[in-house]
Design a protein around this ligand. Structure first.
Ligand code: ACO
Length: 521
């Protein structure tokens, strides 16, 4: 359909043919983000307006409806965000991780030198004392990485392999929701967010009282020459030096295919893997340490070396969690990516078979959150999606919050799929409580929003938004009333019958750590 006499340029809009979920043809309006010449024809990278970016794709000219071509309006370029990604202030460490992404450092020594210079400069200009560089912990080997089912990949300087093992004991979780090892003791529960006035809610069912209710590189050796991956700085896609270029580069998927264990994954979004790897038809990842390699041969060599214990564990930035974030970025678009993984814990979920532990998904969590976030990013890898693992991870995150004696909420914004999963979790959790409420003395059962929040560790705002989403709240004679219809109750019971993967809180043995008491991570 493309008219060769008219040149389609970036920024043009026109209808583009695609298949919808029912495999029918549709012609949504799309924007041309990039054009490339391949021998004999052109290809166009299109973003379907109002569709999620994961549907963006390269299309052939015959899919373009040239009759409705709109050229871009001449207006001032959309200003790109100033400064650094995210709202966090810059720090030398964060700069380092970003620069690592860009391939600026060749060794841990370079990083130390950079940090020293940067800190010196800061201490001079700010005339303040700057703390010494955070000591760099040991990295997990692939063997270690494969040991725990769910563990926080901690980046604590004091987090030796021994203390990691201890931590594994605390929170080791398998995908059937059981934990593997037990350690006694639970701290007293102390609620932080449930003070203040509270809305009393009466629960009705059919008006009757009812008891219801970054990363980069495996510094280790993925950059070493033996793997054949160049260690030179990336020349494009810079997140630091050229923010105007950043926009268009990061808007496009850059990796075609990732082989991870027995799965081949098609990334949904841009992820800042080294530029040199973006031209490969397949990027190979070690499924245990998530190191990226340019060929199957390199991967096989890496695995043999891992079995022989020959892969170096070097004292550099947190490799495993950075590799995990790089992989996760392929499927997470809407969030600012923090390149510094130090402030986060990573809870990794795996499936186990005779070959070992295979990563299924993970969530990260800030060690200290001023906004009560109990999840920063959450991901189920595409081959495992829609099997209940996402909700299992969410449930686990709230079980941790319960032990911490806090209410929590996921970091915003949520993605479309994140919102679906959280809504589903919140709805089921709250309905379970409402439907189990007992009426006393023939009175309608009563519960407050704060009580729901306290029992579930779901933040009050999320409780309220869920009740509103379920359309349960009515205001009657000066009181809020929850009216549970037959439909809601039946729908909930059906959904719960299908929810097989659950966390057994009795098996969670975890002692929360007060990160604020530590001078540094
Ligand atoms: N279409 C429609 N509904 C969906 C879809 C989908 N593609 N995916 C999940 N859902 C619904 C499910 O139907 C289910 O609800 P139900 O039980 O009421 O039917 C609910 O979401 C959860 O399903 P799970 O199988 O438990 O979740 P899954 O393992 O698929 O993981 C997740 C959900 C983590 C959001 C996954 O889709 C993912 O990794 N997406 C990419 C990354 C992402 O967007 N993460 C969330 C970002 S927000 C944040 O990080 C705080």
């Amino acid at each position: 359909m493309a008219d060769s006499s008219v040149e389609i340029i970036e920024g043009c809009r026109l209808p583009v043919l695609r298949k919808n979920q029912e495999n029918e043809d549709e012609w949504p309006l799309a924007e041309i983000l990039s054009v490339k010449d391949i021998p004999g024809r052109k290809l166009y990278y299109v973003h379907y307006i109002d569709f999620n970016k994961r549907l963006d794709e390269w299309v052939t000219p015959d899919r373009l409806d040239m009759k409705k071509l709109q050229f871009p309006k001449k207006e001032a370029k959309t200003p790109t965000k100033n400064g650094l990604p995210g709202s966090r202030p810059s720090s030398p460490e964060r700069d380092v991780v970003r620069m690592l992404f860009l391939g600026y450092f060749k060794s841990a020594y370079n990083i130390r030198v950079y940090l020293m210079c940067k800190r010196k400069a800061e201490s001079v200009s700010l005339a303040t004392q700057v703390t010494a560089a955070t000591p760099v912990p040991s990295l997990p080997s692939s063997a270690e990485a494969s040991q725990a089912s769910v563990y926080p990949a901690m980046r604590d300087p004091s987090f030796s392999i021994k203390s990691r093992e201890e931590h594994e004991q605390l929170t080791s979780l398998t995908t059937n929701g059981t934990t593997r090892r037990l350690i006694p003791s639970q701290p007293g529960r102390k609620r932080k967010n449930c003070g203040g006035t509270d809305e009393m809610v009466k629960v009705f069912q059919n008006n009757n009282p009812r008891c219801s209710t970054v990363f980069l590189p495996p510094g280790e050796d993925s950059q070493d020459s033996s793997d054949g991956i160049p260690s030179a700085p990336r020349m494009t896609g810079s997140l630091v030096s050229d923010r105007s270029h950043d926009d268009i580069v990061t808007r496009m998927k850059n990796i075609d295919c990732i082989e991870l264990g027995r799965h081949r994954l098609k990334p949904w979004y841009f992820s800042p893997y080294p530029q040199e790897l973006t031209t490969l038809p397949i990027l190979y990842l070690c499924e245990f340490c998530l190191k990226y390699l340019k060929s199957l041969k390199c991967l096989q060599r890496h695995l043999v070396r891992a079995v022989l214990g020959l892969n170096k564990i070097i004292n550099t930035l947190p490799t495993y969690s950075q590799n995990l974030c790089l992989l996760a970025k392929c499927f997470l678009d809407h969030k600012t990516l923090y390149y510094d993984t130090d402030p986060f814990l990573f809870y990794v979920m795996t499936e186990y078979d005779s070959k070992g532990f295979h990563i299924v998904g993970y969530f990260s969590k800030e060690k200290e959150s001023t906004e009560d976030y109990n999840v920063a990013c959450i991901l189920t890898l595409p081959p495992y999606q829609r099997r209940g693992y996402g909700k299992l991870l969410i449930e686990f995150s709230y079980e941790l919050s319960k032990v911490e004696g806090k209410t929590g909420t996921p970091e915003k914004p949520l993605s479309d799929l994140g919102l679906l999963s959280y809504r589903s979790y919140w709805s089921q959790t709250i309905l379970e409580i409402l439907m189990n409420l007992k009426s006393e003395n023939g009175e309608r059962p009563q519960i407050t929003i704060n009580e729901i929040s306290e029992i579930t560790s779901v933040k009050k705002e999320d409780v309220i938004s869920t009740l509103q989403y379920l359309n349960l709240i009515n205001y009657y004679k000066g009181q809020y009333i929850l009216n549970l219809s037959e439909d809601i109750v039946e729908g909930h019971e059906r959904a719960m019958q299908k929810r097989h993967l659950r966390i057994d809180p009795k098996c969670l043995h975890f002692t929360p750590k007060d990160w604020s008491k530590r001078g540094k991570w």
